[in-house]
Write a protein that binds this ligand. Structure first.
Ligand SMILES: NC(=O)c1ccc[n+]([C@@H]2O[C@H](COP(=O)([O-])OP(=O)(O)OC[C@H]3O[C@@H](n4cnc5c(N)ncnc54)[C@H](OP(=O)(O)O)[C@@H]3O)[C@@H](O)[C@H]2O)c1
Length: 308
């Protein structure tokens, strides 16, 4: 049972609804909204207090794409916390390929850099008691209907993972909709590596599934955004079934992943093969490279090339 939970990217979308659902659990005493913008965080806190009638929310300001910002934020966490949900991220938008001061591109820095620093600093300072949940995506095994190919790395060496992180893996044809799956794969493999390194903590990876009602589509290239908004979401997905769900359903996957003992450390859960909604299953049953512990550790080592 988690009494205190920190959620990154908690001012909107899945992070905010996860905060709402967790606050309504009887055991919850504190929900920390880790956000990069004070005004947005304040507005979310007010809204959450109103909708839940609970005064359990606190704010910590930090930008997960910026190592120093996250280190400063960790200093402000005085009491140990039970659980952390690494949710901030997505496809980032037009600046996804831009290389940040860490050497990672913005897509990787946002989805990975600050999250790794956050968790590792908390562990170092003995401020993390129970569990970590990394938010991944069905983009890792691939989403055929959206033209997202499964992640297929040639060697899964440290160099190859590092090339994904600095963007050189994609040459001069950087396409965030393809790179996104690779970046989520790296953070997934790091999480699985951490599960073995810290057996007393629970490290789970969960995809929220294809979730309506978030701002994520705003960061898609215009053609894909148009196709999703006017064709796939309203017409095609509902016809097929098992392809899309409401915000509360996507957020509940994250809530269950961190709270429910059915979800085990060292496992990446997401929709059944070919689906984007419905029950979640262990992805390694059909995406077998997730089981490779050398690949997992290579992802971890590659990330640390960018952390000074
Ligand atoms: N929606 C889906 O269907 C779906 C499917 C699979 C996986 N996911 C994953 O679920 C997670 C949440 O996505 P969402 O759909 O809820 O997206 P969203 O509505 O765009 O929310 C993203 C959140 O992340 C925050 N964020 C972005 N960059 C940040 C940074 N550098 N530092 C701190 N916070 C930052 C945003 O803050 P600002 O408001 O300040 O930008 C916002 O709070 C992401 O990791 C995404 O990849 C989503």
């Amino acid at each position: 049972m988690n009494e205190s939970i920190l959620i990154t990217g908690a001012n909107i979308g899945l992070g905010k609804d996860t905060a709402r659902q967790l606050a309504l659990k009887k055991e919850t005493k504190k929900v920390i909204l880790f956000c990069r913008n004070q005004a947005k965080a304040d507005a979310a806190k007010r809204d959450l207090e109103e909708s839940t009638e609970k005064k359990v929310f606190e704010i910590i300001i930090g930008d997960v794409s910026d190592a120093n910002s996250v280190r400063k934020a960790v200093e402000k966490i005085k009491e140990p916390i039970d659980a952390v949900i690494l949710n901030a991220g997505g496809m980032v938008g037009k600046t996804a390929a831009k290389v940040t001061s860490s050497g990672m591109n913005e897509l990787a820095a946002t989805n990975i850099l600050g999250h790794v620093i956050l968790v590792e600093e908390l562990i170092k300072l003995d401020k993390l008691k129970k569990a970590v949940l990394s938010v991944s995506a069905e983009a890792v095994p691939g989403v055929k209907m959206l033209g997202m190919k499964p992640v297929l790395m040639r060697t899964s060496s440290i160099d190859e993972f590092a090339a994904v992180l600095d963007g050189s893996y994609f040459g001069n044809k950087f396409d965030a909709t393809q790179a996104y799956g690779y970046v989520k794969y790296v953070v997934t493999m790091w999480t699985l590596s951490m599960a073995r390194k810290y057996p007393k903590l629970k490290f789970v990876v969960m995809s929220p599934g294809n979730t309506k009602g978030t701002l994520a589509p705003n960061n898609l290239p215009p053609a894909m955004k148009f196709m999703l908004k006017y064709l796939m979401m309203p017409v095609v997905f509902p016809l097929i079934g098992g392809m899309v769900h409401k915000l509360e359903v996507g957020a509940k996957r994250l809530v269950d992943g961190i709270s429910d003992e059915r979800y085990k450390s060292g496992v990446f859960y997401a929709s059944k093969e070919g689906k984007l909604s419905g029950d979640v299953v262990d992805q390694s049953t059909f995406f077998t490279s997730l089981k490779n512990t050398t690949f997992q550790d290579n992802a971890d080592r590659a990330i640390h090339r960018f952390i000074k």
